[in-house]
Design a binder for this molecule. Structure first.
Ligand code: C2E
Ligand code: MG
Ligand code: MG
Ligand code: MG
Length: 284
């Protein structure tokens, strides 16, 4: 009897698992093809100074349209990381980001940064800093123009401080570094203070809850204070409401991005955005 139940359980488990594995395998093959044909696109989300509303930069986000539907990077980036495709994908995103940074600079007086998300496998490539330095030169940019964003949890699996070393080299070359999704990982304060990070990005979940949940608001307030005392600036991500914006302004949070201020833009929409921003320096 128990054997039968066991077998039944096994069957259900197996079928669901196989469906999951098959779907992942199909996605993985399709992603492979997308990278092989260089068809991963980017979107650019504007970032603003919360005090005064000046446009200060963009965050570059990978976009993949597969069979007519957008697949979220939250789904395909982990697949790319597992299959090792992430280094090539990341390289293509960097090239597209720099190509756009160059175009934006050519058409406007833009002096802000273009931030690119990088994965741990990229930072582990021993020649990553050198490749990046060559790439910015090739695009007529300066390292100051390209911000490197890494998630807080990348620091956790840093075997042998490879990542630390890479960050030190990138910083020495002049690339600004931002720590993404701050507050969701477990980076120790001691570790944090040793890293050449110039900006902390407070995770969206804290911004989402800060108006209803006093704990979330306290964490935001404390993070801003901590960052400022370490000489870092703070970016709030995922600002969706006026209430969140004014709370963040009251906390002295430096920068922000979110649907309230602007959705991520297709590259073609960026020049229109820049045109409309021209001269307007009002609150976001
Ligand atoms: P992230 O770096 O924290 O990016 C912010 C995410 O929040 C983006 O989702 C953005 O579209 C979304 N977002 C921005 N404003 C709002 C808002 O007001 N409300 C809400 N609900 N969401 C908002 P997206 O584009 O789906 O990216 C998800 C994650 O995928 C990113 O999180 C990043 O960790 C990763 N990712 C995206 N592109 C790349 C890439 O080129 N390379 C690597 N390694 N990771 C990437
Ligand atoms: Mg990011
Ligand atoms: Mg983030
Ligand atoms: Mg996030």
């Amino acid at each position: 009897q128990s054997k039968a139940a066991g077998r039944g359980t096994y069957k259900i488990y197996s079928r669901e698992m196989r469906a999951g594995i098959d779907q992942r395998r199909r996605l993985s093959h399709a992603l492979d093809a997308a990278v092989a044909t260089n068809t991963i696109d980017i979107a650019l989300q504007p970032q603003f100074a919360l005090d005064g509303g000046a446009h200060v930069g963009f965050e570059v986000l990978a976009r993949w349209k597969h069979n007519g539907t957008q697949i979220s990077p939250a789904d395909f980036i982990p697949i790319a990381e597992e299959t090792g495709l992430i280094t090539e994908l990341g390289h293509q995103v960097l090239r597209k980001a720099m190509d756009h940074a160059r175009q934006i600079k050519r058409k406007s007086a833009f002096t802000g940064t273009v931030a690119v998300n990088v994965a741990s496998a990229q930072l582990r490539q021993p020649d990553f800093p050198l490749k990046l330095e060559r790439m910015v030169a090739q695009y007529g940019l300066s390292p100051r123009d390209i911000e490197i964003e890494l998630t807080e949890n990348i620091l956790l699996d840093d075997r042998g401080s490879q990542i630390d070393l890479c960050l030190q080299r990138l910083n020495a070359m002049g690339f600004p570094i931002a720590l993404d999704d701050f507050g969701t990982g477990y980076a120790s304060l001691a570790h944090l203070s040793r890293l050449p990070v110039s900006r902390l990005k407070i995770d969206r979940t804290f911004i989402l809850n800060m108006c209803e949940d006093d704990n979330a608001a306290t964490i935001v307030q404390a993070t801003v204070g901590l960052a400022h005392s370490l000489g870092m600036r703070v970016v709030a991500e995922g600002i969706e409401t006026e209430a969140q914006l004014s709370r963040l302004q009251a906390c002295n949070c430096d920068f922000g991005q979110g649907y309230l201020l602007s959705r991520p833009l297709e590259p073609a929409a960026v020049s229109t955005f820049m045109q409309e921003r021209k001269g307007t320096r009002g609150t976001p």
